[in-house]
Design a protein around this ligand. Structure first.
Ligand SMILES: NC(=O)c1ccc[n+]([C@@H]2O[C@H](COP(=O)([O-])OP(=O)(O)OC[C@H]3O[C@@H](n4cnc5c(N)ncnc54)[C@H](OP(=O)(O)O)[C@@H]3O)[C@@H](O)[C@H]2O)c1
Length: 331
């Protein structure tokens, strides 16, 4: 697997693995199956693994720590904090607001270190910035953890360009984790330019549109009860039908090229800059294998342009989050 750099200090596989779905949001799966998938990822050369205290909550970090223990020196473990979490609840119901108090950074890091069973968190992200807390204060507290060796590198998730700049002035930010895919173009322009200029890696989450861009999910009824996607506007029946017509075009283009729609979607993100490292979520080994192979799919400039136009933002039906969702960035 080719590698790419995130900031100055982290070198990771060009395609990472998002681990959220193994314990959160999409129905999870049993631990033994997840461990097999995680071990297969290491075998394939995947070295960036993404989790968060919010996933489960907490159980996803425990899973990652357990599964990756034998491979500690081969992997980069990224985790996140920043939500106020109700430990008595699961999935989205457990996220009851934001907690960006500077002292929370230390508490969260120490708890994550324990759950992961590691001495250092390789990449520690602020999951969502609370605009009521100056970014300088919370990043200052995160920077103190780097000094102490508890954290290796810092990241932000879904931050605006202005917040990225202010944070980077306090301590180098290695990675920005924001949603970016064929159907979510929000980072294009100011955010991509800022990352490129400051040498910050962009780590796009949900690069497969939460699975939709693979063509595998075709109806709202494809999701089991409680699946987080059922609550997202883009997955409402009418929006999904309109968006599916666009995905069908991607499937046709992929078939003509001899790849899958998932691989097309990942190759497109990779083609947007060498500082970009998508990390699709996959519980199932065949999905993981297909995604890892996308690192070798090259798109021509014409193909990238064709995809740009095929799924331009004006054609996408539905917002990515519903108003008032815990995940909606506050800016
Ligand atoms: N910072 C944030 O706020 C934030 C928000 C959301 C997610 N994330 C992170 O981003 C990671 C990735 O995003 P995501 O999991 O939401 O969405 P995604 O990567 O866009 O899609 C994951 C979905 O696609 C399916 N899939 C994966 N590869 C496939 C393939 N080749 N063919 C068919 N289906 C395939 C998966 O199925 P199976 O699981 O069944 O294999 C899963 O249902 C998460 O795991 C999480 O770590 C971060």
């Amino acid at each position: 697997m080719q590698t790419r750099k995130l900031g100055k200090d982290l070198t990771v596989s060009a395609i990472g693995l998002g681990c959220m779905g193994m314990s959160h949001g999409y129905g999870g799966q049993d631990e033994a199956a997840s461990i097999k998938t995680l071990h297969r990822a290491v075998e394939l050369g995947v070295s960036l693994f993404d989790t968060a205290d919010a996933y489960g909550p907490f159980t996803n970090e425990e899973l990652i720590g357990k599964a990756l223990k034998p491979y500690r020196d081969k992997v980069v473990i990224a985790t996140k904090f920043g939500f106020r979490i109700d430990p008595t609840k699961t999935d989205a119901a457990a996220l009851v607001g934001l907690d960006n108090r500077p002292e929370r950074a230390r508490e969260a890091a120490e708890a994550s270190l324990k759950r992961l069973g590691v001495e250092t968190i390789d990449l520690f992200y602020l999951h969502r910035h609370d605009p009521d807390v100056p970014i300088e204060d919370i990043v200052g507290a995160m920077a103190a953890l780097v000094k102490e060796g508890k954290v290796r590198a810092l990241g932000l998730s879904e931050a605006s360009a202005g917040v990225i700049r202010r944070a980077h002035a306090v301590h180098p930010i290695s990675a920005l984790q924001s949603e970016y895919s064929l159907w979510t173009r929000d980072p294009e322009g100011e955010i991509l330019d800022t990352c490129r200029e400051l040498g910050i890696g962009l780590v796009p989450f949900s690069p497969l549109g939460r699975g939709f861009l693979t063509g595998k999910y075709r109806n709202a009824s494809d999701f089991a009860e409680g699946d987080l996607r059922s609550s997202l506007p883009r997955f409402e029946a009418d929006n999904m039908a309109a968006n599916l017509a666009l995905v069908t075009l991607v499937e046709e283009m992929a078939e003509a090229k001899g790849v899958t729609a998932a691989q097309m979607a990942l190759a497109w993100v990779l083609a947007k800059g060498d500082f970009i490292v998508p990390f699709p979520g996959a519980r199932k080994i065949p999905n993981l294998e297909q995604n890892a192979a996308a690192a070798d799919v090259a798109l021509s400039a014409e193909e990238v342009q064709q995809l740009d136009d095929m799924l331009s933002p004006d054609k996408i039906a539905g917002a990515r989050y519903s108003a008032g969702s815990a995940w909606t960035p506050r800016r």
